[in-house]
Design a protein around this ligand. Structure first.
Ligand SMILES: [Zn+2]
Length: 569
């Protein structure tokens, strides 16, 4: 019988594999007119990426869903496939909605989209030894993809085929709410479910207010299996939990801050790894049900908030626009922490301190540091101009749902450009790349832009994503991820015997240059010791120097000017 054979208590210790999971979804689809199993792409190994749509109106496509007045929820499970509680919670929920109908009313005002398993490669890398800290199930999947990429760091750079498929799916459906289900590591405590929700200055109004006024009060009161749900437990000091808890804004390489850039509320569910699998799945289930209940009650206000935020972004992106955030070192509220007593002892193994948790409950109010302020803003341009040779950048923006037009003819424009200095690459790879840090200097210029240049205007819904991708100082800017590494390279070199006489001539004619050279010799020992650098200094000051070295090739159009565009792609 559907509803019992794979989701009984016994089976919860042994969650279904990929094929069983998809078979189960197909059985739900056969048994209920409300369920449709769709695919939104393939994993690089060729497995279907599955999306299950549950809708009482049979609104199984983005177009038909938009024709209803219902709110759309996407629940994503198994991005870290070893943390699979959400998949089983969702299978149970779909059963209770469509088969037993005990939860059928949750579809009254909501269309529910479930990704049962996002990282399907990771899910099938099944084993007993995949999550060292985690208390079950007996076997589980793995954190990363077949290309060893963590999908939950890939949202902005979008290197993984899975991410690229996800972005297309997301931008077609544009849900009104998003949930990403995980299991957390970290300290030991009594809470089963912890959560993060995008609710700071990184998410547009009025969605921010909706989250803070409607969602946060609900989840702050929520209990699963009689234990209060807690904000994500990020302790300021693991040795002394009394020092408090910290919350803030993560960069958009992660799922929920990424979804926030699209003006959508985004919830992170993190069950606690030390709790048994049954309690974690039930906790996830109850948190999802509570979210759906609120969405059903508030679907009109939610849709209105999302719509207004989109309209606001379409009209006018905020100026100045915040790109980096910081949590103030000041407690903002108290949090009632249900922890366990701990002792801290010196360890002769690690040489550090060993926290020994007891199972003796200990509860106390601790300070919660969650005053988030803006650390860095930019002035948004009218548009970014991307010369056509930067095809990969243009293609990634397309995946992100960023709209652009192409210049019909070559045109000269007044723009702002960035010049990089002091670029440094991270030596060890991070998510398959070597991120680069740099300083930037902005300057005004008049430049020729060829036909085919992509013009990314900021009066568009996805403007926040465009800024985060293209502003070099944004935390997940494409340039910081290494998409533009070639612009940091010098491509022509002088021969010493050519440069030597030229340098002498330059010094004799230009006393300021002479002074600059001499003071650099004094202040920079590496420079002083390098014959190459010393001669290259004169090359850099000669008319032969390539002005494109260290130049960010994407321009900022500051004033709106009439432009002619190619017909839309
Ligand atoms: Zn995770």
């Amino acid at each position: 019988m559907i509803g019992s054979h794979i989701l009984s208590r016994v089976d919860l210790r042994k969650p279904p594999r990929y094929t069983e999971t998809i078979d189960y979804c197909r059985k739900l689809e056969k048994a209920s007119p409300w369920i449709k199993v769709l695919t939104f792409g393939k994993s690089p190994e060729g497995r279907d990426l599955v999306l299950v749509v549950a809708s009482k109106d049979k609104a199984f496509s983005p177009t038909s869903a938009r024709k209803t007045d219902k709110a759309i929820l996407i629940i994503q499970n198994g991005i870290h496939a070893g943390e699979i509680d959400g998949k089983d919670a969702c299978l149970m929920l779909l059963r209770d909605i469509a088969i037993t109908k005990t939860k059928a009313s949750l579809l009254d005002n909501v269309i529910l989209l479930t990704i049962p398993i996002y990282n399907v490669y990771g899910h099938e890398r099944f084993g007993k030894f995949n999550r060292i800290n985690q208390n079950g199930p007996k076997e589980m999947g793995w954190r990363v993809t077949g290309q060893n990429l963590n999908l939950n760091r890939d949202y902005m750079k979008a290197d993984a085929p899975e991410t690229q498929a996800w972005l297309k799916m997301f931008n077609e459906w544009l849900p009104d709410f998003f949930i990403d289900a995980h299991v957390t590591d970290g300290a030991d405590y009594q809470h089963i479910v912890t959560y993060g929700i995008e609710r700071y200055v990184n998410i547009a109004e009025p969605v921010r207010s909706w989250v803070n006024e409607k969602y946060v009060p609900m989840i702050s009161e929520l209990k699963t299996n009689s234990i209060p749900v807690a904000p994500y437990i990020s302790l300021r000091d693991h040795l002394d939990p009394l020092k408090g808890l910290q919350s803030g804004v993560a960069p958009p390489r992660l799922s929920t801050p990424y979804v926030a850039l699209h003006n959508r509320p985004a919830l992170l569910i993190e069950t606690h790894m030390m709790k048994d699998y049954q309690s974690r799945v039930e906790g996830t289930y109850q948190t999802i049900v509570a979210t759906l209940e609120l969405m059903n009650k508030e679907y009109l206000s939610l849709r209105k908030a999302v719509h207004q935020a989109d309209e606001g972004t379409l009209k006018n992106i905020e100026n100045p626009f915040p790109i980096r955030f910081q949590t103030l070192d000041v407690p903002n509220r108290t949090f009632h922490y249900l922890s366990f007593k701990q002792t801290n002892e010196p360890s002769d193994i690690s040489g550090g301190t060993w926290i020994k948790y007891t199972k003796e409950p200990f509860e106390t109010d601790i300070p919660h540091f969650d005053s988030v302020v803006v650390l860095k803003t930019i002035v948004p341009p009218v548009a970014y101009l991307i010369p056509p040779q930067w095809q990969e950048i243009i293609n990634r923006l397309k995946l992100h749902g960023v709209k652009f037009e192409r210049l019909k003819n070559q045109v000269e424009l007044e723009v702002e450009m960035y010049r990089f200095s002091n670029a440094k690459w991270q030596q060890s790879p991070y998510e398959g790349r070597h991120p680069v840090t740099y300083e930037v200097e902005k300057f005004k210029d008049r430049r020729m832009f060829p036909a085919g240049t992509a013009v990314v205007r900021l009066n568009q819904r996805a403007a926040r994503v465009a800024i985060h991708a293209l502003e070099p100082e944004a935390p997940d800017a494409f340039v910081a991820w290494g998409f533009f590494d070639a612009v940091f390279e010098q491509k022509e070199y002088t021969e010493d015997y050519v440069m030597e006489p030229m340098a002498r001539e330059m010094i004799s004619k230009d006393s300021a240059l002479k002074k600059e050279f001499e003071s650099k010799l004094q202040s920079d020992t590496l420079f002083a010791k390098s014959p190459f650098a010393r001669l290259n200094f004169f090359y850099q000051h000669s008319p032969y120097w390539d002005s494109n070295v260290n130049l960010y090739p994407i321009a900022r159009l500051i004033k709106s000017v009439p432009l002619k565009f190619e017909a839309e792609e």
